[in-house]
Write a protein that binds this ligand. Structure first.
Ligand code: 0RQ
Length: 501
């Protein structure tokens, strides 16, 4: 603690996780740090979960509502969900126990655009924020907070909460200090001003998070790694999706619609996103930039090889190997990486201004280009919309990617009508599967349908999609966006009944 907690006043607040957890009352709204498994509190949530379990064993109610940046980890979402300790959760999550409780109707979940979370909280739509529990990398002598491996909504939680509990994680690289850019200029209408960010690497804010020391009721020391999940090697489908996309970028450069170094890249997380980044590493594009949410392994490799000049995000999401590399070369990375609050990393105004290329995964798309990113068979939440809508709606290009089938070929990811809509046909420009790429820009609905069927659908399902489309087109009903309403969701219904679409 000698090196990490320099402020004498806050050193007096050091206590263990159990004592800190005891300061969080049952029923509280708690804002926690954490974004895609980075920078989440590691000790207090587990201590809280143990208390809740003891209370529940004695028949006493003890649950809280949790607001975060995005997904966290088993030590937070998992531990609290396991003891039925979460009344309501927002926004993005990807925890299997949470998912199960949400889908069983035992946990409320509000899934909103990540850029909307802070302004909604400021406006009071979620109620009052009682406590913030925030992981930091250290505390300066003046009591300023050095952010950790993610920023997420930390600025907002600290500003809004009555009381703040800090976890100082000695396991985070001390060299993170100086990587962050915390912008304090946001406001609600009618007081909003332009966000003065005109380049992906520009700094417009401050190095540290500020918190009045009298609000800080506890400081807990930890020494634990982030979730740091391993990435699998890209499979064949992911590599082919990446290949189609990179060819498309080359054609766009040739057509003069993209500069030779493309435009700032946003990439979702997961296997396909990783394959696209790997493809870029071997591709012809130089001097790339990224304006994204999450930096995963592939982005670090691109920075290292020099293909990527700089990257802006709100969080890391790294494998253990990449995390070691980050720590070892932190000075190199600090010159090239800016971490921002998610309100800024995902800000519609900035994304539109910079002309971001948005590349995200999806669960399914329909013939007309509506995309479902969140709900399996229309009802069961997978993760959440995350930042995909912030980027897709406002980017210069919006790309959605998926293998053409799921569950060993039992499911077509191209369906007559999506069973849940996250991104409407108006916000989806490019659909890519391993079969090919459909460029929907400038096309009316029926042409979009033909292109998606031809380029993206799996051959096992293509004839039936075409048959549906042709019968809908011959139905004599509305021919702008033809559908057979009684059949539109029959593929999903068939899957639920028989296990195959
Ligand atoms: O389930 O692992 O049980 O087999 O969904 O699918 O193919 O591994 O792909 O990991 O990229 O996830 C949309 C969920 C895709 C993700 C989604 C099943 C499939 C598998 C995962 P199993 P894959 P991915 C920035 C951007 C929204 C948030 C976002 C996501 C599992 O990309 O959460 O974009 N996106 N954020 O079998 C039934 C289908 C299915 C299906 C896939 N049609 N029907 N199951 N699956 N398609 C990041 C942040 O915001 C933080």
């Amino acid at each position: 603690s000698a090196q990490r907690i320099l402020c004498p006043r806050l050193r007096q607040r050091i206590m263990d996780a159990d004592a800190a957890a005891a300061l969080i009352p049952a029923g509280a709204n708690v804002g926690m740090s954490g974004f895609t498994g980075a920078g989440y509190p590691k000790a207090v949530p587990q201590a809280l979960a143990a208390r809740m379990r003891a209370h529940h064993d004695h028949g006493e109610a003890d649950r809280i509502s949790i607001w975060t940046g995005a997904s966290t980890a088993p030590e937070l979402d998992g531990a609290l969900a396991e003891v039925d300790g979460i009344e309501l959760r927002l926004p993005y999550q990807s925890d299997p126990v949470c998912r199960q409780k949400i889908n069983e109707g035992r946990m409320e979940y509000i899934d909103i655009h990540l850029s909307h979370v802070a302004p909604y909280a400021w406006a009071g739509f979620f109620g009052k924020l009682d406590v913030a529990v925030i992981e930091v990398a250290g505390i300066t002598e003046q009591g300023e907070l050095i952010p950790s491996s993610s920023i997420g909504n930390n600025k907002t939680w600290i500003d809004l909460a009555d009381r703040v509990i800090l976890e100082v994680n000695h396991g985070q690289s001390a060299g993170l200090d100086g990587m962050h850019d915390v912008y304090y200029g946001t406001a609600l209408p009618p007081h909003r001003q332009p966000i003065p960010l005109t380049g992906p690497q520009q700094r417009i804010g401050e190095r540290y998070l500020h918190c009045p020391p009298e609000k800080i009721i506890a400081v807990v020391e930890t020494n634990a790694p982030d979730r740091n999940s391993r990435f699998s090697e890209p499979d064949e489908a992911s590599r082919r999706i990446a290949g189609h996309l990179l060819e498309f970028f080359s054609r766009e450069v040739d057509a003069g619609r993209l500069p030779a170094n493309l435009l700032p890249l946003q990439s979702g997380v997961g296997n396909i996103a990783n394959a696209v980044l790997a493809g870029l590493a071997d591709g012809p594009f130089e001097n790339l930039t990224a304006y994204t949410e999450v930096l995963q392994d592939g982005m670090l490799s691109l920075l290292k090889s020099g293909k990527l000049a700089s990257a802006s995000a709100t969080a890391f999401s790294l494998s253990p190997d990449a995390n070691r590399d980050l720590a070892e070369h932190i000075d190199f990375y600090r010159d090239r990486i800016v971490l921002r609050p998610q309100e800024i990393s995902n800000h519609p105004e900035v994304i539109r201004r910079l002309g971001v290329i948005a590349m995200n995964g999806m669960i399914e798309a329909d013939l007309y280009g509506n995309v479902n990113s969140t709900h399996v068979m229309g009802t069961r939440i997978m993760n959440g919309i995350g930042g995909s809508g912030d980027f897709a709606r406002n980017g210069y290009l919006s790309v959605f990617m998926t293998p053409s089938t799921a569950k060993e070929g039992a499911i077509s990811t191209i369906v007559p009508m999506v069973s849940h809509v996250d991104h409407t046909e108006h916000d989806v420009q490019i659909v890519v599967t391993e079969q090919g790429l459909a460029d929907l820009r400038g096309l009316p609905p029926r042409e979009r349908a033909r292109r998606i069927i031809e380029h993206c659908a799996h051959p096992d399902f293509r004839p039936r999609l075409l048959d549906y489309f042709e019968r809908a087109s011959a139905s004599g009903r509305g021919l702008h966006t033809p559908h057979l309403l009684s059949e539109a969701l029959s593929w999903h219904e068939r899957y639920e009944q028989t296990g195959r679409m």
